[in-house]
Design a protein around this ligand. Structure first.
Ligand SMILES: [Zn+2]
Length: 513
């Protein structure tokens, strides 16, 4: 199987992480874990975007050193690994990691050699919150940033520009031919429309003074700092050692320059950067492109947008009710409940609304009431009717053969749903196993078979119990990418020790009381 490299975007660290970003982390984690369970070579990267002017301003607001603020908040992102059960292999910090600056300088020089930079006097409207220039047509009627509701600054200075316009046709061809896949299709169409509207060259540096000296200096021009987006996008290859003293860095060759998949997970708000700017930078540098860009929508919390200002309230500390702290949520409800809500409830297309009530209801219905209840029933019956020994099936009935057929198809259904970037369908495919196993219990009625047994074991009861234990094991196996810890517990419950299944204990606590 070819290599599979999957990345999250790297968030700004001017504030602590919120639930919206946890969605992306968990989605990427599922893809990575899923490929590993299928025996593939996987690398999963996350990290933090630290060279932003926003961090400088947030630090000024708090009256602390920029590096201190960045270190503190970056740690909060890296530390999500334990509560969210994230399995990333690497975590890059763009202000600290020596690989990053070397790689960004290398990328810059490659684009410069391609003749894609030029200096130009620039006057524009700049939103610091977005770290992006806006055309007046892109602002609200009263001239504010549509995301931040703030008035952009007039900025006038000489910058380095990148010849994005040169790559318009090439990008269009790469996307329409499917060599660069952007999904879902509505997002692909959005990118094509953007390309067709005409790509303008964009500023890729700012004056050192305006950047307050924070960021990566432009190679050969110490008075300019590399535009934070240009620098941040590079993390997907700088973390692989691109441009290092070993220019033929092994990780880069394996994960980026080989024939494997290179998958970026991104939120809809940064689509343009990942589906237009980044591929153009790579084309300019003569490097391979990502193979897929998977775009997720956003979460709302109790009907309110997780606003960037709420999530990233510079120094506001208290934030707002709409900025849910994922680590705090896990400490109250557990990793399984939080991951399951994110995976089972968030649709492939469209925003999803988070409330604690929904998380609790979903966990109690599916985890305690579904997975937990099924495994408990089956293990209890094996103990009651067969003294804990999982019987061997010598016959099959319609009910047991149908259940085995559903189990045999489960992996394929999960594969197909995840390949279509549809977590809800993938989690639903595992859930189908629970429904079918419960249906098998209703149809075979093991308690009646057991009651009618006189001396000799009824092979139909053996067949039913064997198929049900196998189904529970399959639930555990297929659940691994989604709920790694719960999956382990389920498999343990269904695995005999010294010939007998362990006594049943609750797998999940009820959250709703
Ligand atoms: Zn903005």
């Amino acid at each position: 199987m070819s290599s599979y490299y999957v990345t999250t975007t790297i968030p700004y660290v001017n504030a602590r992480p919120h639930l919206g970003f946890a969605l992306e982390l968990v989605q990427a984690d599922v893809l990575a874990r899923h490929r590993r369970t299928r025996g593939g070579a996987v690398r999963f990267l996350s990290g933090t975007d630290e060279n932003s002017l926003k961090n400088v301003l947030a630090a000024e607001n708090e009256g602390v050193d920029v590096q201190d603020l960045v270190d503190r908040n970056a740690a909060a992102f890296a530390e999500l690994a334990a509560p969210l059960a994230l399995s990333f292999d690497d975590f890059i910090r763009t202000s600290r990691d020596p690989r990053h600056r070397i790689g960004v300088e290398y990328l810059w020089r490659r684009c410069a050699e391609a003749g894609d930079f030029y200096r130009k006097e620039y006057v524009g409207l700049y939103c610091v919150g977005c770290e992006a220039f806006f055309a007046e047509s892109e602002l609200t009627e009263d001239g504010r940033c549509p995301d931040h509701g703030t008035e952009p600054q007039q900025v006038s200075e000489e910058n380095w520009f990148f010849r994005l316009s040169r790559y318009q046709e090439q990008l269009r061809e790469l996307i329409t031919s499917g060599r660069l896949r952007i999904e879902p299709e509505s997002r692909r169409n959005e990118v094509l429309a953007l390309i067709d509207s005409g790509l303008r060259d964009f500023s890729v540096s700012r004056s050192r003074a305006r950047a307050r000296g924070w960021g990566i200096p432009v190679p050969g021009d110490e008075e300019q700092v590399v535009y934070v987006w240009w620098d941040a996008l590079g993390n997907y290859v700088t973390s692989l050692g691109l441009g290092g003293s070993d220019t033929d860095a092994e990780p880069y060759r394996t994960w980026w320059a080989g024939d494997g998949e290179r998958v970026h997970l991104v939120g809809k708000g940064v689509l343009r950067f990942h589906a237009v700017y980044w591929p153009a930078m790579l084309l300019s540098a003569g490097l391979p492109l990502p193979t897929r860009v998977l775009v997720h929508d956003y979460l709302t919390v109790s009907g309110r947008k997780i606003s960037k200002s709420a999530a990233a309230g510079a120094g506001s500390g208290a934030g707002s009710a709409s900025a849910v702290d994922p680590a705090a949520l896990v400490s109250r409800f557990g990793t399984d409940a939080v991951r399951w809500w994110l995976l089972r409830e968030v649709p492939r297309v469209g925003d999803a609304d988070f409330t604690e009530e929904r998380l609790i209801a979903r966990a109690d219905a599916d985890l305690a009431g579904g997975f937990g209840n099924l495994v408990h029933r089956v293990v209890t019956m094996v103990h009651r009717y067969r003294d804990g020994v999982v019987p061997t099936a010598t016959v099959s009935t319609t009910a047991t053969s149908e259940l085995r057929a559903v189990c045999a198809r489960a992996a394929g259904r999960v594969d197909a749903a995840l390949d279509a970037f549809d977590y809800r369908a993938a989690a639903g495919a595992v859930w189908t196993l629970v429904e079918e196993a419960n249906r098998c219990i209703d149809r075979t009625r093991p308690w009646e078979l057991a009651k009618a047994e006189r001396g000799a074991a009824d092979p139909r009861l053996d067949a039913a119990l064997a198929a049900l234990v196998a189904a529970c094991r399959e639930v555990g196996e297929q659940l691994r990418p989604f709920l790694p810890d719960a999956a382990d517990r389920i498999v343990v419950r269904c695995t005999p020790v010294d010939g007998r299944l362990p006594e049943s204990e609750p797998l999940f606590a009820r959250l709703g009381g």
